[in-house]
Design a protein around this ligand. Structure first.
Ligand code: TYD
Length: 211
């Protein structure tokens, strides 16, 4: 990426890991510093195509084939990169995304047991090889994380999966960061207090000269 481009920061993690809160706190901090920030998420990062794909993906009434699921997440990503993330980076903004491609590796390759090679090829096509400048993995024992999302009536298709699925997702994140060693990334303890994690996020990004 050239220096004129903004920075792309991603928060990853399992259910109830606190990544949404950390993404928001970072965005608020940077905005107060006068930086131009775009806070976004996957799936569902634009008001049209992505939002509709998101509702398909999360709807608990659908029994979806894992292959269809992987393709829909990647379709969402292709649209998100091209219509939201790239233009914001080209405008020099700091883009903060709540989830990106490590989630597909963790959930669809780890959780659903699809092939990593298949993921790599389709993901390369969808992202046009855009990679984050920094990725935070908020790691948490799924038994603890799932209990944080207590409202059973509002559970989506993934939150309804059993503990074994979520254990495979956690292992999937671990494998992802072991495999993609050139990525700049840090693993943080999801059980830590919100303010502690926020300070760790800021210190890491300052050390890495990302912000
Ligand atoms: P969301 O409501 O955004 O949940 P969360 O707060 O946990 O991020 O739902 C996103 C769900 O989609 C979440 O369970 C993880 C899953 N997911 C995948 O399975 N693969 C992916 O590539 C992405 C981006 C998300």
């Amino acid at each position: 990426m050239s220096d004129k481009l903004g920075k792309f920061i991603v928060f990853e993690g399992g259910e109830g890991s606190g990544k949404t809160t950390q993404a928001r706190l970072l965005a608020e901090y940077l905005q107060k510093e006068g930086r131009e920030v775009l806070l976004t998420k996957e799936p569902g990062g634009d008001e049209g195509v992505c939002k509709d794909i998101r509702s398909l993906l999360l709807n608990p009434k659908y029994k979806m084939s894992p292959r269809a699921e992987l393709l829909l997440f990647e379709a969402d990503r292709a649209q998100h990169v091209e219509s939201v993330i790239r233009p914001a980076l080209e405008a020099g903004k700091i883009v903060i995304s709540d989830r990106f491609d490590a989630s597909t590796f963790a959930y669809q390759c780890g959780g659903r047991k699809l092939s990593c090679e298949l993921f790599a090829a389709i993901n390369k096509f969808a992202t046009q090889e855009l990679t984050p400048n920094f990725t935070f993995w908020l790691d948490i024992d799924p038994e603890i994380g799932l209990k944080r999302n207590v409202d059973a009536a509002k559970r989506d298709r993934f939150e309804l999966e059993d503990l074994d699925f979520h254990r495979r997702v956690r292992k999937g994140f671990e494998n992802y960061f072991q495999l993609y060693t050139t990525l700049k990334a840090a693993r943080l303890e999801g059980v830590f207090a919100i303010e502690t994690l926020h300070s760790q996020v800021l210190a890491t990004l300052e050390n890495e000269k990302i912000i």
